[in-house]
Design a protein. Sequence first.
Length: 169
Amino acid sequence: MQIRLQELATKPGYRAQFDYTIDLSQEEVGFEFPFQQPVRLEGEVSDDAGAITLSATIYAHVTTRCARCGKPVEYDKETDVEFLLVKELENDDEDRDDLYLVESDAVELDDILIPELILDMEMSVLCDEDCKGLCPKCGQDLNQGQCGCVTKEIDPRLAVLQKFLNSKK
Ligand SMILES: [Zn+2]
Ligand SMILES: [Zn+2]
């Protein structure tokens, strides 16, 4: 959704509220397509004596996989965003992360908000804190029980020694 700053500026104290959904089902994050359901963007752009603030909450239903066992995991997430929209940066503004530089009068909210959602995505989600993951050898889901593989990787040089020791028994 687009908002025109010029219109805001001519109406002091005016608040432009928005609440809409967008389809991000083609958006890839970490080799997954986590937004199978529409993402909702809700908030307002307000002009307080020339200081234009964008504050929003992004509601997303995330569909992903457990980083250890690959089982599907779904959860709801909310990301809060607040920016002061500015047309130019002052010298000492460079370190501030609450400013968003707008390049034209027409501000595309999606372009500001969606990157914030992506940045806020959890990099590794587990189906359960205690998920045991998959056996690296046979691929069995270790949450379902042990597979009996010896999973400790043995250094090939030690393996030779191991063989030697076994033959001595
Ligand atoms: Zn898991
Ligand atoms: Zn195994």
